[in-house]
Design a protein around this ligand. Sequence first.
Ligand code: FDA
Length: 400
Amino acid sequence: MNNHHDIIIAGGGAAGLYAAIFAGRRGRRVLVLDHAEKVGKKILISGGGRCNFTNLDAKPDRYLSANPHFAISALKRHTQHDFIALVDRHGIGWHEKKLGQLFCDDGAPRILGMLLDECADAGVAIRTECRIDDVVPVDGGGFRVVTSHGTFTSDSFILATGGPSIPKMGATDFAFRLARQWGLNVVEPRPALVPLTFAPVDLDKLKDLSGVPLEASVSCGKGKFREALLITHRGLSGPSILQISSYWREEQGVRIDLSPDLALAEHLKGLKKTRHKAELKTILGEILPRRFAERLFDVALIGPAPLANRPMADIKDADLMAVASALHAWTVHPDGTEGYRTAEVTLGGIDTAELSSKTMEARKIPGLFVVGEAVDVTGWLGGYNFQWAWSSGHAAGMAA
Ligand code: FDA
């Protein structure tokens, strides 16, 4: 057997398979190696099994990175519309769920099937259950890849093993270990798109409310998201919280506007005249989920309990304003996140300063390319991370 290939790709996830397709189409002999029993496992579980495969608004400002400009080139050269065109060519139905998020009508296996068909057409070889033990750049060019299936050699090597989020799915920090071994800088990785947890003292206040969904605008640092929020038995989750988790750092507060569409101070003052006999808790129960409104005062989120049972006419404007301010700026102090166990992605990764933004090739190690989640480029929730996998995979596949 000839163990030499033009390109070896470590990792048969979204980015690795996509890079393989474009390299194979260029006539390169490509071998994809993956330690899992099958490739594309995260694609299969993504988007609740329907794969949110891209976003109509995939723009560079939807990505976090130490260098926010890095993603521009790859995203521009292979856009969401290029990926949609491929999906259409394969006759795969899709729909926009919300906020530009595109999902498969018939489920994620259609997307993985499409990638595997394209790989087969492009003559890509794939080996699963193949553990990579070491990768050594060879003097004079090329790579020696030592695996549980023996040693392979290649001219180019594409590192596409993703990040450590959800180890149960076979995720590892292999890319970061290899990068450090080769002297490439790694921007400190941390779990992202992940639920936030509370300390026991705060959980005690909220635990009865577990399962209550709220519409909110959530902000922290430079991030602000207006989407659903869910109280859980560990803390907070839901799309707005997953989004803000990428911006949150230890010790920071997260600010939650529980009435993002209604200016509460004016609204409550107006109701003093029209609903003067109604109790404040009744009024709040019309604005917020009733179970949440009833508990607001007990759990001391917005001031003294006696206020709740008072008719609107008897409440001072200053007290109503205080209630309004508390609901517009409920500030919580998470004690952590649920970690890599449930994080959808890894923030940080191989420093973009080490890579060409056009080809994804490492500056210090010619022939080495890094793509997908292993790179310090992390998208918002909503199909942005797959688009980065497609765009960065395409960039490397066209250059390697
Ligand atoms: P990915 O993790 O997909 O692939 C890496 C591959 O490398 C895996 O096949 C792994 O087995 C292999 N590997 C790892 N270490 C190895 C080693 N040492 N040797 C050999 N092989 C190794 N994004 C999005 O845009 N829309 C969505 O709907 C979702 N939904 C979603 C749900 C859940 C539950 C998760 C966990 C994540 C998502 N994501 C998402 C994020 C998305 O899945 C993620 O950004 C991409 O899969 C990243 O693609 P990569 O190819 O870079 O890594």
